[in-house]
Design a protein. Structure first.
Length: 357
């Protein structure tokens, strides 16, 4: 039974873990999921190579990754500059920034989990180039790179892609992480995230994958049932200072996690993936440790984590699951993506032994 409050050291908030209330282990029931076979090219997909987008521009006939300016930018240098004053204590300002889209692959029907490690490594390099290039703009203070995956998080186009929101402000979560990490460094001389990694390695139960320089884990303080982090073991503030071997190791860790996600219920696993990298506002971020966070919205194949009174109304999370149990489910998943497994291999949902189809 897990019934306690856990401290989230990066957000500085409590999470109520009340796993005793719905202590019903996943019973192996198979939920129908119709796997539709998609073609690798779709003529009316605005992300496929060579196709025309809503702006009338054509995508490059790209063969690996492709970056373009979002046709529906939420922030842009062409946002209205002349704004009427709202009056009183209210404030406003132009929504200055850069919005881009990054296609992972020319193939319409592959997901991050199905890319080769070398392709994911290439994607990491693209993210790094974007961070360097966009970060040079004086007006840009932070670059948020994220992937919304699955219809349950509002994405209907399966073509593998992520988005970049480069803004004149630092997104709240990163601002908090940066502030807390800076204070921890000043007080202890240590990088806060390194202390998190040390705690995870000492416990060991929540580590999903590990190689020489990278690690994937479901943190002690997870707010979502299958929330996981992927991080380098050495404290880099962003991708810029990664060595070639660290990039490769990180790509392998990222791949391992998303493969296990898909294997868990043998279906594409929806998530919100976000790169947490140091702001580009010229501040001192020696205490910041780059990582990627995954926030999967599902608790079970058909059950969403609803954000309600505690989360939306109060701002703290209530978790109905024990991180150690959810990590155990992921740890036992095979490393080969289910779509690439031999047809006759039918893993049960705990993945610990194959069973007859
Ligand atoms: Zn497409
Ligand atoms: Zn973070």
């Amino acid at each position: 039974m897990t019934w306690e409050e856990r401290w989230h050291p990066l957000r500085e908030e409590w999470i109520i873990v009340a796993a005793h209330r719905q202590h019903r282990p996943w019973n192996g029931e198979t939920v129908e999921h119709e796997e539709t076979r998609l073609p690798d090219y779709v003529a009316n997909c605005y992300l496929c190579p060579g196709n025309m987008r809503v702006s009338g521009k054509h995508n490059d006939p790209y063969t690996s990754t492709f970056v373009f300016d979002n046709d529906h930018p939420c922030v842009g240098f062409n946002a209205p500059q002349e704004l009427s004053s709202p009056g009183g204590i209210y404030r406003n300002r132009p929504a200055v920034g850069i919005s881009r889209v990054v296609c992972y692959s020319p193939l319409h029907n592959v997901a991050l989990a199905e890319l080769e490690i070398a392709e994911i490594e290439m994607l990491l390099r693209v993210w790094r180039e974007q961070y360097i290039e966009i970060g040079r703009h004086q007006e840009i203070n932070h670059i948020l790179i994220f992937e919304n995956k699955g219809e349950v998080v509002g994405v209907s186009n399966p073509h593998p892609h992520c988005q970049i929101y480069a803004t004149n402000f630092v997104f709240k979560t990163i601002e908090t992480e940066a502030r807390v990490s800076g204070r921890h460094l000043a007080e202890t001389g240590r990088v806060l995230f390194q202390d998190v990694l040390r705690a995870e390695q000492e416990d060991g139960r929540r580590i999903i994958f590990e190689n020489e320089t990278a690690i994937a884990f479901l943190p002690y303080f997870a707010r979502y049932a299958y929330e996981c982090y992927v991080a380098p073991k050495y404290a880099h503030a962003n991708l810029v200072t990664f060595s070639d071997s660290e990039l490769r190791d990180f790509a392998a860790a990222l791949k391992a996690l998303v493969v296990k996600y898909d294997n868990l219920w043998r279906r594409p696993f929806p998530y919100v993936m976000t790169l947490h990298q140091a702001p580009t506002d010229g501040g001192d971020y020696r205490g910041f440790h780059f990582h990627i966070e995954f926030h999967p919205p599902l608790r079970r194949p058909t059950l969403l984590k609803y954000l309600a009174g505690p989360e939306i109304g109060g701002g703290n999370f209530l978790s109905d699951t024990a991180p150690e149990e959810k990590a155990a489910e992921l740890r036992v998943q095979p490393d080969i993506h289910y779509k690439q497994m031999p047809q006759e291999t039918n893993y049960n949902t705990t993945g610990d032994k194959p069973c007859a189809p």
